[in-house]
Design a protein around this ligand. Structure first.
Ligand SMILES: [Zn+2]
Ligand SMILES: [Zn+2]
Length: 339
């Protein structure tokens, strides 16, 4: 009996050990007996687009190593290229992109990471293509994202006078702020029997398209009026809207403009501090209110079928170009209530 109890005492730990061993893996720190639990893969020789690589894994218990070859992917795009990138920044009218060239195999991606042109007005799945009642066309966006809230009848032909005023103001500001220019905003420009600072004449052009101020400025900046007209045309080309806007600065009635082209000009003008100052001063003296607020810019075509406006919205500016044969005077209220 005593013997039997002693045996049980001796056997019990063995039984327990066996039970334990059956229930879960028991590891011993011995490479030969180890049932290996491997951890993550490590690059030993990184795979390139030209040569296969090797990865290794190590046993968490005994640190035994297994290695595997890594083949070069058959899909050339999936290979580990040694790219050097050449970044082409977007311009006002053209997309930016990156050209990637692999120094190892010569593989090249001509246009990666494409970004839109700086003043492209962008559509998303949220862009509405039906305008609230009362307008035939509506382009609404903001200066921070250029993403369209409304994109309705962008290609419709509209009165060109707003586009003309925006294009002329933009060209004048460009000339006055160009590096190395002889005529800066503070330069006195001959006007009437005396002279006025160029900036004051620019603001007179912005406020009511004063023809004498425009002539004085265009002569001071470009020598003569036809040279200035050519600069305006070139400015429209640079902005990429020359197919959508053609204007004669000295005869603003009769040019051609689309709603979308006018809106792109508007977006560009709002990005120019000197012009924003001039248009805001003009809008304030006009006593126009847009949706109960003082606009940063407000222009209405002579025939009343087109209005462009802009309102501060935090760090950004919301802007709208709206047209219609019977535009309600309060049409912008609902637009600018959008948070
Ligand atoms: Zn092991
Ligand atoms: Zn390569």
């Amino acid at each position: 009996m005593r013997k039997a109890r002693l045996l049980a005492c001796l056997l019990l730990p063995l039984v327990l050990f066996t039970a334990c061993a059956a229930g879960q893996t028991v590891h011993t720190y011995n490479k030969e007996g180890c049932s290996h639990v491997y951890g993550s893969r490590y690059d030993v020789v990184p795979v390139t687009c030209q040569t296969p690589g090797t990865v290794a894994r190590y046993c968490k218990i005994c640190h035994a190593e297994v290695s595997e070859a890594v083949a070069i992917p058959t899909d050339i795009m999936a290979r580990a290229h040694a790219f050097s990138d050449e970044v082409k920044e977007p311009t006002e009218s053209t997309e930016g992109y990156t050209t990637r060239h692999c120094a190892l195999c010569g593989y090249e991606i001509a246009r990666a990471f494409v970004v839109p042109a700086k003043y492209a007005l962008l559509e998303t799945e949220d862009t509405k293509t039906v305008a609230p009642a009362g307008a035939d066309g509506l382009v609404f966006s903001d200066t921070k994202t250029h993403v369209l809230v409304y994109d309705v009848a962008r290609d419709a032909t509209v009165s060109a006078d707003a586009a003309c005023r925006l294009a002329v103001a933009l060209t004048l500001a460009d000339e006055l702020t160009r590096e190395g220019t002889a005529v800066t905003p503070d330069t006195p420009v001959p006007f009437g029997s005396g002279s006025l600072p160029a900036k004051q004449l620019l603001f007179a052009v912005i406020a009511d398209y004063n023809p004498d101020a425009l002539r004085a400025l265009s002569r001071a900046l470009c020598g003569n009026e036809s040279a200035f007209s050519a600069r305006v045309a070139a400015r429209l080309v640079r902005l990429g809207v020359d197919a959508q806007v053609t204007v004669d600065p000295f005869s603003p009635i009769g040019g051609y403009a689309t709603l979308g082209g006018t809106a792109v000009l508007l977006a560009r003008v709002l990005d120019e501090p000197l012009l924003l100052e001039g248009f805001t001063a003009a809008a304030e003296s006009d006593l126009s209110l847009v949706a109960g607020r003082s606009p940063l810019l407000y222009l209405a075509s002579a025939d009343g079928t087109l209005r462009v406006s802009a309102i501060a919205a935090g760090e950004s500016i919301c802007f709208a170009a709206v047209f219609g044969e019977t535009l309600p005077p309060d049409y912008e209220i609902a637009l600018y209530l959008v948070p």
